[in-house]
Ligand binder design. Structure first.
Ligand SMILES: Cc1cc2nc3c(=O)[nH]c(=O)nc-3n(C[C@H](O)[C@H](O)[C@H](O)COP(=O)(O)O)c2cc1C
Length: 169
């Protein structure tokens, strides 16, 4: 089945469910090398007059290095039959696992270090605009710091402009 380009405003899904319940594969590539991880913490909306996704990556993820180096990242969403694949990519690291071999996913590598998966049903290609580390000094709710960041492994937030939005026909 081929991908069709749509305006991000035409994404038919509820984004809260899509990100929080369905999860996504967050991926970044450096040339032919890439990595992917499951993510369910992200926001999507409008910022600086652009359609923007904000993804949150802890520094110990192997994906982090790719997110730092690549000018792009992608958010790929799948139907329920890929839940096991997403669970695998969320429990294993690309540092010591071949996630593609283990899940059978088919990466599509494009120019400018962009990667997505043939099996996805929705792909957001994002161009990095800005990144910022979560700063514990800035919490208004200290519960978040104590419950989420016991290891002091504060996420880095990547803001990316959605430059391509592709759905399956
Ligand atoms: C459902 C689910 C959601 C996750 N969401 C995030 C997230 O938003 N940010 C993050 O840093 N890690 C998240 N993780 C953890 C990473 O996916 C996991 O640590 C993964 O093994 C990292 O792979 P990597 O080392 O190859 O980057 C999530 C895991 C699962 C199972």
């Amino acid at each position: 089945m081929a991908f069709r380009e749509i305006d991000p405003k035409s994404i038919p899904d509820n984004l809260f469910k899509l990100i929080g319940d369905d999860w996504m594969l967050l991926s970044a590539a450096c040339g032919k090398d890439f990595n992917t991880m499951t993510a369910s913490w992200a926001t999507a909306g409008v910022l600086w007059n652009k359609p923007v996704v904000q993804a949150f990556v802890r520094p110990q993820r192997h994906t982090y290095g790719f997110m730092e180096k690549s000018p792009y990242f992608t958010c790929c969403f799948f139907d329920e039959s890929y839940r096991d694949a997403l669970t695998f990519c969320g429990k294993n690291s690309g540092r010591d696992t071949d996630k593609m071999a283990a899940t059978g996913l088919t990466p599509v590598l494009c120019e400018d270090s962009r990667v997505w998966y043939e099996e996805a049903r929705l792909v957001l290609v994002c161009r990095k605009l800005y990144a910022q580390n979560i700063d514990p000094m800035d919490f208004y709710d200290d519960n978040i710091d104590s419950t989420v960041y016991g290891n002091r492994d504060y996420h880095r937030a990547y803001f990316g402009e959605i430059v391509r939005c592709m759905v399956k026909e």
